[in-house]
Design a protein. Structure first.
Length: 150
């Protein structure tokens, strides 16, 4: 959550339309349709969207999140047929594993359709004892509702 948002909440100026306490959410995904889906699903919450590894690392370095959603395949790398861990969600799993105190309390959900990539990401994140699970995107709405019911 940003400093400005925190101050606005303390002053009673922020829109707190969610029935539950607003949460801070990070989404790493290169699909703009999914961005809109997440924005709609987390309306009233603080949501940051990253399209690539560099943006996600910057946001994770500067903020604390309650929920982190990670896609594995990021454009254009998942179309070229080569394994490129440095430009996929796996790089963020490694970064979180290396930065064990960063966003320690966040629930991490890997939402990629790439099951092989997801398994590798979950294994890497669990090395540091993080709460993480793999939920393919089509099943994500039900999982979000079970975690953060409005």
């Amino acid at each position: 959550m940003s400093l400005i948002r925190s101050i606005m909440i303390k002053l009673g100026l922020a829109d707190l339309s969610a029935e539950r306490t607003p949460i801070a959410v990070l989404v790493l995904d290169d699909d703009h349709r999914r961005h809109r889906w997440f924005e709609k699903r987390f309306k009233g919450d603080e949501i940051d969207l990253a399209e690539n590894v560099a943006e996600a690392v910057e946001l994770l370095s500067e903020n604390n999140y309650d929920a982190i959603f990670l896609d594995h395949d990021l454009l254009p790398h998942h179309y070229d047929g080569e394994l490129d861990d440095e430009n996929t969600g796996y790089a963020i799993a490694c970064w979180l594993n290396d930065n064990k105190t960063s966003n320690r309390a966040a629930t991490v959900i890997v939402h990629t359709r790439n099951a092989d990539g997801a398994v590798r990401m979950v294994e890497k994140l669990r090395e540091s004892g993080r709460q993480v699970e793999y939920v393919p995107f089509p099943m994500l709405d039900a999982k979000i509702s079970s975690y953060w019911q409005k």
